[in-house]
Design a protein around this ligand. Structure first.
Ligand code: NAD
Length: 370
């Protein structure tokens, strides 16, 4: 594991806190990366193999994502060691214990992440009163149910189409991963007139160049089945989604799915990253050289965290959707205009924009730690 000092730079991390309570088998880490823009928001990840280094990297990603989304929040993240599928009672003890141990760190607002959900956030809220991603009973906005991230993705597409030579209303799209992000992105794109020609999930890909029926696909998933059970389409293996000819290609599943070995197979005009880090940096460079427009993850998939920030301010679903629309459109446009003007990759333009916003906030603080 890297020594934590080797991860430190001019932005952070501000605080790294190790929590250990052997009596209940509790072991976790909180990294508050940077709070110059406001208290940090970031999820609690529960898994057996989490590390301090992973936590620090995820916290930095949240610093950039929240700044790029222009939220009044810094970046933080926490990790809890354990099997997320452990018995509910045991998990509740760990989550309550972890939040209680971090009660005084007001610079960190808990949110859900891999291995935790809105019920876990309800326990945190009950213990210390500071969590987002809450159930409706606590005034939460169920972001996966309303499709917050997919909604943002569809606005990123709409802004980006002006930088490509196609019209969303007659565009074909393919989506890798038909879960909370992919399904809702598809729904909003269909509403804009685009046609899904291929979708995949962990079981494989279905493809029909004349278009797939979205309601049918959504019904299959709601019934706990796979998209490959869709009847009026060719069934292909999971990897085949990469080769589909279309205007818009959306990764909405796993990290690093597009890399140097397969990037040249992509046959699209626009990539909008619904998933986190689905494309390696080297593959993004290749896309740039090939003239394929590529909207980076922390710009395109910020809908979820924007929704959480709106919830934290006490506003409702309508406010969340209009804020996502406004921020996603403005930030996508700014990133693409800068990338075009400076002839750089959208990711580099986005990183520079996020860093500028963090440093701008830091310049107004005496010390950004208070
Ligand atoms: P999810 O679990 O609801 O859906 C994931 C989907 O991907 C499932 O349909 C699954 O079958 C499919 N899948 C898994 N492995 C696959 C593979 N190898 N090939 C094709 N499909 C595969 O998850 P989600 O919430 O939709 O999140 C998807 C991605 O988006 C993750 O990277 C997540 O970190 C990121 N993300 C999610 C949100 C959010 O609001 N949910 C916000 C930002 C980023």
């Amino acid at each position: 594991m890297n020594d934590i000092f080797s991860l430190a730079d001019d932005l952070g991390p501000l605080k790294v806190i190790h929590v250990h309570e052997p009596g209940i088998g509790l072991q976790g880490v909180l990294v508050v990366d940077n709070v110059a823009r406001g208290p940090s928001i970031g999820g609690v990840r529960m898994a057996q193999d989490v590390t301090t280094e992973e936590c620090a990297r995820l916290a930095r990603a949240m610093t950039f994502k929240n700044a790029a989304a222009d939220l009044p929040h810094g970046g933080g993240k926490s990790v809890l060691v354990g099997d997320p599928k452990m018995p509910r009672e045991q998990k509740e003890v760990l989550i309550r214990g972890f939040s209680r141990a971090l009660e005084e760190v007001e610079q960190y607002i808990f949110g859900p992440d891999m291995g935790t959900n809105e019920e876990c956030m309800a326990w945190v809220k009950d213990e210390i009163g500071r969590a987002v991603g809450l159930p409706r009973e606590f005034g939460g906005i169920p972001l996966d149910e309303i499709g917050a991230t997919g909604y943002g993705v569809s606005h990123a597409v709409d802004v980006a189409q002006a930088f490509c030579d196609f019209d969303t209303a007659s565009a074909r799209f393919a989506i890798q991963g038909f879960g909370a992000v992919g399904k809702h992105a598809a729904r909003f794109l269909c509403a804009a007139g685009a046609a899904p020609v291929a979708v995949s999930d962990s079981a494989g890909t279905v493809y029909n160049p004349d278009g797939l029926d979205l309601d049918n696909l959504i019904e299959l998933k709601a019934a706990g089945r796979s998209v490959i059970e869709y009847s009026d389409a060719e069934r292909l293996d999971g990897d085949a989604i990469i080769d589909i000819e279309c205007e818009i290609w959306i990764p909405a599943a796993r990290p690093d799915v597009i890399n140097e070995n397969n990037v040249n197979r992509l046959n699209a005009k626009l990539i909008v990253q619904g998933a986190n880090i689905p494309i390696t940096y080297a593959a993004e460079k290749t896309l740039h050289q090939r003239g394929i427009l590529n909207i980076p993850d922390f710009i395109a998939n910020a809908g979820g965290v924007i929704c959480a920030a709106v919830e934290y301010q006490g506003a409702g679903e309508a406010a969340a959707l209009s804020t996502i629309e406004e921020k996603l459109r403005r930030n996508t446009r700014e990133v693409l205009e800068t990338a075009q003007r400076e002839q750089i990759m959208p990711r580099d333009a986005a990183l520079a924009m996020a860093r500028r916003r963090v440093e701008g906030a830091m310049s107004h603080r005496r010390w950004h730690i208070f």
